[in-house]
Write a protein that binds this ligand. Sequence first.
Ligand code: PMT
Length: 222
Amino acid sequence: FGEPLLAGRRVLVSAGPTYEDIDPVRFIGNRSSGKMGFAVAEAAAQAGAEVTLVAGPVGLATPAGVARRIDVRSAAQMHAAVLAAAAQADIYIGAAAVGDYRPQEVSAQKLKKRDGSELVLHLAENPDILASLSAQTAHPFLVGFAAETHDVASYAQGKLRHKGLDMIAANQVGGGLGFESADNALTLYWADGAAELPRTSKAELARQLVARVAERYRTARG
Ligand code: PMT
């Protein structure tokens, strides 16, 4: 009881994959379903926040209590939507699996088979949304995710430092957890601490994550 943890706070959440078009019928994507990010958006709304959800291409209904949803397709569109909304956000939680690369050129026509010769796609690096935000003088409290198949702790702590984050939520991919699954497990890292959130449903995990974010946010920003 008492005041909800994030009453009066504006929380921006990104969720889902991005699709990087190759031609009118093909794209490069990834296995993110959006479940984790949508659960985070719902948990933040339950905690009293005004929530904006930027969603990649997913087949999920907008969670109860979410004030605003912005649908995007590519990493460039997600970058633009998050940066525009971040000016009105106290906290950004980046649960989206943003494509690191996009085809350098998008073919206007469907690419055709080439009689046995190989097809080479040239890829250009996408801008990093979290790094762009942390480079700004005034920016929201930044929470990233890290999805890793190996050396989870060291990669996650590296991303915490290099991307200038306040907190990172690391998940191990595989063994029925991470992408697409109903359950997940997270290890949270911040500059001088860590916390284990053991395997449970993404809805419950999101509530635990939001409680930790609210606690760290209060410590850092008052
Ligand atoms: O959607 P689900 O099926 O429920 O799966 C959940 C999940 C596994 C996708 C989620 O829990 C998760 O880990 N999301 C981040 C996935 C990821 O690909 O992370 P990364 O290690 O590539 O990126 C690290 C962080 O940088 C992330 O917060 C990401 O949003 C951010 N990033 C990455 C690239 C980029 N260009 N800009 C970014 O801001």
